[in-house]
Design a protein around this ligand. Structure first.
Ligand SMILES: Nc1nc2c(ncn2[C@@H]2O[C@H](COP(=O)(O)OP(=O)(O)OP(=O)(O)O)[C@@H](O)[C@H]2O)c(=O)[nH]1
Ligand SMILES: [Mg+2]
Length: 244
């Protein structure tokens, strides 16, 4: 059972000033409207109705936070003792590039998204969800370039691969990898960008995505630490246990 399965709805945010004052790592899911962000969150968390997925593009219009750890947090949100138990947050961002929203609304959301990804200290990594049939649209690139200067990781998920043949999928993955490798900073250093294929429908790449997100959210160490505690490992065995 993956840690992500514990996810619960935490809060919805419409303005930056409403962002929760939690300090745990956040993993945000960004991507074009209809790319499959909400569906991916549901599959990763093994809960059908957690994030609201829809056939209608532009469905997720607020920033939705899902907490991991901390029993019944949704009900005890105001109770700091419960909030303390939260270990990480998954964040479902509104999709961009949705043609039907008016210019002003679009600008408002674009700015909110930009500010959130560039300024949110708690944000540990970005998961960039892209339709494998048309990855790296202009707005995806903009998102990538907004976030790259933070030096934090971006994990690209090329979803809906069930719509591609095996050889198409292989090509798409190779091209995406090359695209990400082409980003270098002023010193010629690459960025911590990774990419994988995924299908929520066929559950392709589910294990890989889970492991990656658990790692990025800092939940992997927690798991290892909890396990060590349970087994009560003597000191001399924990060669790589780096806590002071
Ligand atoms: N074939 C296929 N369809 C998928 C997959 N993942 C999502 N979809 C479909 O894509 C549509 C959009 O999915 P959502 O998860 O709502 O997309 P979103 O990125 O959250 O969209 P917004 O909330 O508008 O930003 C839905 O009809 C999903 O059923 C997949 O892996 N394969
Ligand atoms: Mg959505």
């Amino acid at each position: 059972m993956s840690k992500l399965w514990q996810a619960r709805f935490f809060t919805t945010v419409n303005h930056l000033r409403e962002l929760p004052n939690t300090t745990v790592p956040e993993i945000a899911f960004a991507g074009r409207s209809n790319a499959g962000k909400s569906t991916s969150i549901n599959i990763l968390c093994n809960q059908k109705g957690l994030a609201f997925a829809s056939k209608t593009p532009g469905r997720t219009q607020h920033i939705n936070f899902f907490s991991i750890g901390g029993a019944h947090v949704a009900m005890h949100r105001k109770d700091p003792t419960k909030v303390d138990e939260i270990q990480a947050m998954l964040v479902d961002l509104p999709g961009y590039g949705y043609a039907e929203v008016s210019g002003n609304t679009k600008l408002y959301w674009q700015r909110l998204l930009g500010d959130y990804v560039q300024q949110r200290e708690q944000l540990a990594a970005l998961v960039l969800i892209m339709d494998s049939r048309r990855p790296f649209t202009d707005l995806d690139i903009q998102m990538l370039e907004w976030f790259a200067p933070t030096g934090k990781p971006i994990h690209c998920i090329l979803t809906k691969v069930d719509k591609l043949t095996r050889s198409e999928a292989t090509t798409v993955l190779r091209q995406a990898q090359a695209k990400l490798d082409s980003y270098v900073d002023e010193d010629g250093e690459g960025f911590p960008f990774t990419v994988q294929l995924f299908s929520a429908l066929k559950r392709v790449g589910l294990e890989e995505a889970t492991a990656k997100i658990v790692e990025l959210a800092g939940l992997a160490e927690d798991d290892a630490a909890a396990q060590a505690e349970r087994i009560d490992t003597p000191d001399e065995e924990s060669d790589d246990a780096s806590e002071d």
